[in-house]
Design a protein around this ligand. Structure first.
Ligand code: SRM
Ligand code: SF4
Length: 556
């Protein structure tokens, strides 16, 4: 039998994820944690990073890299109260790098926290009735839920299911409370983990609930998904999806993005049992010898969907019914003011790459702080890195509008649809895996794409564009109509052919292109789309219908 990966050993030796994190934190001469603790820290919701912009300079000065920590909040369904917003905003300026980052999994990240500030940060997060437990590492991550409260009478119910699922799949270890919140120290054996066992999962695990017609959570990219089925205005149950995932490695054909399969229908009261069965099946059968092959998508591919469904039915002691009909019409957000079916008002703001920071002419962090000070509803972080000011009473709308205008919070909504819907992962300077820029390059990239679209009279057309700094797929690029996947500084693989609702993988069109090259590669495709498309036909659909695809493989 092949050897287990080193991470398996670290988890097994960790005494319920404690490791020696407490000692590492107290180790003053270095900003870093011990190697094993760096792995374990992830399961507490934080990553050790260093500022890659400064790496070379510090190396020349014979200094340790500038070590800082990223911290990720657990926020099922992306819902935060105004008080929580204010608490997080304060941490962004006091301990982090002055920015709040909205992520593609509907939560907040801080970057740039020093080792000595990690514990106070965690304590302040806890005081705001939030935590960071299991937002990273080999466990179930932040549970997403459709963030569009507009069109469905069951939206609130779906968010509550996301919250229940998130709680249900939390690790049982008290390590988090012990290390960060000065909880009672473990004296005997570590707590039993009824779902995870002592080595947790073979790899990260992601769950979401979609509420048609919106597929904003990109349900087919999740390990475990539930598509809410509404009948006669009531939540009848969910279609189960399993085995989605985006991550891939350049040049490694054994890795690839995969869309989830729709496995059947279940009743709401069966959701937790089915989730437990899916997670424990992956716990027991996922590959612990190769982390590149350890996600649920490979377990299902290797053993077959039929085997997998039979196994979860056996574990959950139920039979899935045939999947029920549903349809998606978008995986983007709706901007501007909208009134939900229940009469509540919601205002979604476009935040490019999810970065909330005060910049000249765009004091967005301050603007949202001012809104949080007067807002009586809540905030929803969307899966597209945007934020909705939710449940605004009609009487408060004018005041919120005035604050939006005063802080230019609507500035990014102008322009082409591609500009409003584009996603970019964090990439440089904080992501250690980035091969190319993404978030920082997004503004220039959008200007170039806008120019190209204008040139072909396509400026007003809906088009999904996503860019990541490497093939791991953090902005879910492989379901976009156009995706740029970082290969080397300034160079990207160009993928095309997604469908605009997140239900089709794109394909690798051309590799390792610089900006001039990928614009040149796109130009004839845009020209053809402009001149030959059928009425209302989207770019990705056109490429497939007109026989311009498939040209490559979906792998990165
Ligand atoms: Fe991700 C690793 C950022 C969503 C697939 N991701 C990372 C790390 C932690 C780099 C690392 O391992 O050291 C990045 C930290 C960058 C930084 O400085 O903040 C990172 N991922 C992000 C975020 C912040 C991107 C963003 O711009 O919003 C997203 C945080 C989500 C959250 O709140 O939990 C983020 N990552 C995703 C998604 C999208 C999703 O979950 O819906 C994916 C694709 C879906 C999937 O998992 O298949 C994703 N991230 C990865 C992978 C590839 C996993 C794989 O199966 O191969 C890695 C690398 C890894 O795990 O080894 C990764
Ligand atoms: Fe980093 Fe790659 Fe994820 Fe971008 S896609 S945040 S570069 S791991």
């Amino acid at each position: 039998m092949a050897d287990l990966t080193p991470v398996e050993g670290i988890k097994a030796r960790s005494r319920g994820l404690r490791g020696t994190i407490a000692d590492s934190l107290a180790d003053a001469p270095t900003g870093a944690l011990r190697d094993d603790d760096q792995q374990l820290l992830r399961l507490h919701g934080s990553y050790q990073q260093d500022d890659r912009d400064l790496r070379e300079e510090r190396r020349l000065q014979k200094l340790e890299p500038l070590i800082r920590y990223m911290v990720r909040i657990r926020l099922p369904g992306g819902v935060a109260t105004a008080a929580q917003w204010l608490a997080l905003d304060a941490l962004a300026t006091e301990y982090a790098n002055g920015s709040l980052r909205l992520t593609t999994r509907q939560t907040f990240q801080f970057h740039g926290i020093g080792k000595g500030d990690l514990k106070p940060t965690m304590q302040r997060i806890n005081a705001a009735l939030l935590d960071t437990i299991a937002t990273c590492g080999d466990v179930n991550r932040n549970v997403m839920a459709g963030s569009n409260p507009i069109e469905s009478p069951v939206h609130g119910e779906v968010v509550r299911w996301a919250q229940r699922l998130s709680e249900f799949l939390l690790p049982h270890t008290r390590a988090y409370h012990e290390i960060w919140l000065d909880g009672e120290k473990l004296t005997g054996t570590p707590e039993v983990e009824p779902i995870y066992g002592e080595t947790y999962l073979p790899r990260k695990f992601k769950a979401a609930i979609a509420l048609p017609p919106s597929n904003d959570v990109d349900i087919y990219t999740q390990d475990l998904g539930f598509i809410a089925i509404v009948e006669d205005g009531r939540l009848a149950g969910f279609n189960l999806t399993v085995g989605g995932g985006m991550g891939a490695t350049h040049g490694d054909k054994t890795t690839h993005p995969r869309l989830a399969d729709v496995a059947g229908f279940l009743r709401p009261e069966q959701l937790l049992a089915v989730a437990e069965a899916v997670v424990t099946t992956q716990r027991d059968f996922g590959d612990r010898t190769n982390r590149k092959h350890a996600r649920l998508k490979y377990t299902i591919e290797d053993r077959g969907l039929g085997w997998f469904v039979a196994e979860i039915e056996r574990r959950a002691n139920l039979r899935l019914e045939p999947a029920r009909p549903f349809s998606f019409d978008t995986n983007g957000d709706h901007f501007g003011w909208r009134t939900a079916l229940d009469g509540t008002l919601h205002r979604t703001l476009r935040i490019p790459a999810g970065r909330l920071v005060d910049a000249p002419g765009r004091p967005w962090l301050t603007g949202l702080r001012e809104i949080a000070r007067v807002h009586t509803g809540d905030f929803r972080v969307t899966a597209n890195q945007n934020v909705t000011i939710a449940r605004v009473p009609a009487t408060a709308r004018a005041a919120i509008d005035a604050l939006i205008e005063a802080h230019a919070l609507d500035a990014a909504e102008a322009g082409s649809p591609v500009r409003r819907d584009a996603l970019a992962c964090v990439a440089l300077p904080t992501c250690p895996l980035a091969m190319a820029e993404a978030e920082r390059y997004l503004p220039d990239l959008l200007s170039r794409i806008d120019t190209a679209l204008k040139g072909h009279g396509l400026y007003g057309e809906p088009l999904t564009l996503r860019i990541t700094g490497c093939p791991n797929g953090c902005a879910r690029p492989y379901v976009a109509e156009i995706a740029l996947v970082g290969k080397a500084p300034g160079r990207y693989n160009l993928h095309v052919g997604g469908d605009g609702v997140g239900a089709r993988l794109n394909v690798l069109y051309k590799e390792n292109l610089d900006e001039a090259e990928f614009l040149a590669a796109l130009d004839p495709l845009l020209y053809a789309w402009a001149s030959e498309r059928e009425r209302g036909e989207r770019f990705g659909d056109f490429l497939w219908r007109s026989g311009r695809l498939p040209l490559g493989s979906a792998a990165a």
